[in-house]
Design a protein around this ligand. Structure first.
Ligand code: ATP
Length: 434
C-alpha cells in the first residue's frame, strides 16, 4: 500500500496558489540542503477528503530544527525552537505557521513495535500517531514529490469512513485519543471502527480517563466544543460514559441538546449585532453545566480554565437567570437590563437568546443590545473637567448615570448629556456637603 499513489494533481486542484507555491519552496530547499521532508497528519487527511486545512505539519528525517532554521531564513520568516522536543515553528511574515518536527528513530518504543532496524524514522513517527487517517504523509523531496506514504491503511479507512487506532494499547497510552476519536468520527460523519470502539470502551471502563491532567482534558474538550456543531460529539460522549470523567457537571438532557443545536444560529445573530469576539466553546460549556448548579470552582478542578475563561463562565452562570426574568417584566427599563448586560461577555448574550422563553423577551433583549451598541455617550471625563468640575469618583458615577439615561431615551444630544452630568455632579456634591 506504500508508494503507489501520487497526489500531486490533487494538490494542484485543491490547494490555493499560495500554499502550492509554499510546498514548492519547501521542496526546493529540502533538496538543496539534503533533507528528507514530509508533510503529515491532518493536512494529508483533509487533502484526500477535499476539506480545507491550513495546518502545515512537516516531519524531517534528520535534524528538523536545522531545517526549520534554514526554512525560516529562506522564506524571510522567524523561527521558534523547542530543543527538548526536537520541534520548531517557522512563522512567516504574514503569521502563517509551519510546524516542523524531527523524526527520530530511537525516540519512541511501542509495545507492538516492529523490529527497529527495518523501520524508517518516518514510519516510526507515523506509528506514534492517533489514528490511521491521521498517520499518512506526503513526500516533498523533488525525486518523489507528491508520493502518498500510507503504511497503515489510512486511505482505505478514509474511504470506508472509519476511525481506527494503530495498535491496541493506543488509548491506554494516551487517553485523550478517546476524545479525539469521538471528535473525528462526528466531524466527518465516520464511525469508530468496531475493534477500536471495543478498545475505547474497555479503556473507559478501566477508568483510564481519570489519569488525564486537567490541562489535557481542557485542550481536547475545547477542540470538541469549538467544532461548528459539537452536538454529535456531546451525545456520543454521553453514550460512551465519557462525561463522568472529563466533566461530571455536564448534563446532556433533551433541553440542553436542543440549546446546543440552536447555538450556532444565535451566535451568528449576536455577531451580526456587532459583538464579534465570541469564544464559541465557552457558550457550549456554559450550556452543558448551567443546570447542574455546579460552582465555577468545581468546574475548574476538572478543566483548569484561565482567568478570562473563568470570568466569562462565572458571569454567565451567575447572571443569566436575573436577566431572563428582567426581560420578561413588562415595562422593564432598558437601562436596568443594560446594567447587567454591560458587565456580561458577549458569550452570555448568545446564552441569553437561547434561554429566553418567548419572542417578546428575545425582541427586548435585542433592542437593549442594539441600544448599547448605538447609544454610546458622546462625552467623556475631559468634557466634565471642562465644565469646571474637579476629577474624582463622581465622574465615573455621573457618566454611568448619563449612559443609563441615554439608553432610556432621555438624552438626545451632546448638550443634553453635558447638562445632565453637570446637574448630576452638582446635586451629588450638594448632598455630600450637607
Ligand atoms: P484538526 O483538523 O482538528 O486541527 P488535526 O489532525 O490537525 O485536526 P491536531 O490536534 O492539530 O489535529 O494534531 C495534528 C496531528 O498530530 C494529528 O493529525 C495526529 O497525527 C497527531 N496527533 C495529535 N494529537 C495526538 C495524540 N494525542 N496522539 C497521537 N497523535 C496525535
Amino acid at each position: 500500500a506504500n508508494g503507489d499513489q501520487n497526489v500531486t494533481s490533487l494538490m494542484i486542484k485543491n490547494l490555493p496558489d499560495r500554499l502550492r507555491q509554499l510546498l514548492g519552496q519547501i521542496s526546493y530547499l529540502a533538496d538543496q540542503k539534503g533533507y528528507s521532508v514530509f508533510i503529515v497528519g491532518g493536512f494529508v487527511r483533509d487533502l484526500l477528503l477535499g476539506v480545507e486545512n491550513l495546518d502545515f505539519d512537516l516531519v524531517v528525517e534528520g535534524d528538523g530544527i536545522a531545517f526549520a532554521k534554514d526554512l525560516a531564513e529562506f522564506l524571510c520568516g522567524r523561527v521558534r525552537v523547542h530543543d527538548k522536543f526536537g520541534t520548531a515553528i517557522v512563522i512567516l511574515s504574514d503569521e502563517f505557521k509551519i510546524d516542523v518536527a524531527t523524526a527520530r528513530t530511537e525516540y519512541y518504543e511501542y509495545p507492538a513495535a516492529l523490529p527497529k532496524v527495518e523501520i524508517s524514522s518516518l514510519k516510526q513517527d507515523l506509528y506514534r500517531r492517533d489514528f490511521t487517517i491521521n498517520a499518512m504523509a506526503i513526500a516533498l523531496s523533488q525525486k518523489n514529490f507528491g508520493e502518498l506514504i500510507d503504511f497503515f491503511g489510512g486511505k482505505r479507512d478514509l474511504e470506508e469512513k472509519v476511525v481506527r487506532v494503530l495498535y491496541n494499547l493506543s488509548f491506554v497510552e494516551d487517553p485523550t485519543r478517546i476524545l479525539r476519536a469521538v471528535r473525528f468520527e462526528q466531524r466527518y460523519g465516520f464511525t469508530i471502527e468496531p475493534q477500536t470502539l471495543a478498545l475505547a470502551k474497555g479503556a473507559i471502563k478501566a477508568q483510564i480517563l481519570n489519569k488525564l491532567s486537567a490541562d489535557r482534558v481542557r485542550e481536547e474538550l475545547k477542540h470538541i466544543l469549538e467544532e461548528t456543531s459539537p452536538l454529535g460529539a456531546v451525545i456520543r460522549m454521553k453514550e460512551l460514559g465519557i462525561w463522568q470523567f472529563v466533566l461530571p457537571q455536564a448534563m446532556v438532557d433533551e433541553e440542553i441538546i436542543s440549546l446546543i443545536e440552536r447555538a450556532p444560529k444565535e451566535t451568528t445573530h449576536i455577531k451580526e449585532l456587532g459583538f464579534l469576539d465570541i469564544k464559541v466553546w465557552l457558550i457550549h460549556l456554559a450550556l452543558l453545566v448551567h443546570k447542574s448548579g455546579a460552582t465555577i470552582e468545581e468546574i475548574d478542578t476538572h478543566l483548569r480554565l484561565n482567568k478570562e475563561e473563568q470570568l466569562i463562565l462565572k458571569n454567565i452562570l451567575a447572571c443569566w437567570e436575573v436577566i431572563v426574568r428582567l426581560c420578561a417584566v413588562p415595562g422593564a427599563k432598558v437601562s436596568e437590563i443594560a446594567r447587567y448586560l454591560n458587565e456580561m461577555p458577549a458569550e452570555g448574550y448568545v446564552f441569553l437568546l437561547l434561554k429566553l422563553g418567548d419572542q417578546r423577551s428575545v425582541n427586548y433583549l435585542v433592542k437593549c443590545l442594539k441600544r448599547m451598541k448605538r447609544n454610546k455617550l458622546l462625552i467623556t471625563g475631559d468634557d466634565i473637567k471642562r465644565l469646571g468640575h474637579q476629577p474624582g469618583p463622581l465622574f465615573k458615577e455621573a457618566l454611568q448615570a448619563a449612559w443609563e439615561a441615554k439608553l432610556d431615551g432621555l438624552l438626545k444630544s451632546r448638550e443634553e448629556e453635558l447638562g445632565f452630568v453637570d446637574r448630576y455632579i452638582k446635586e451629588r456634591e450638594g448632598s455630600i456637603n450637607h
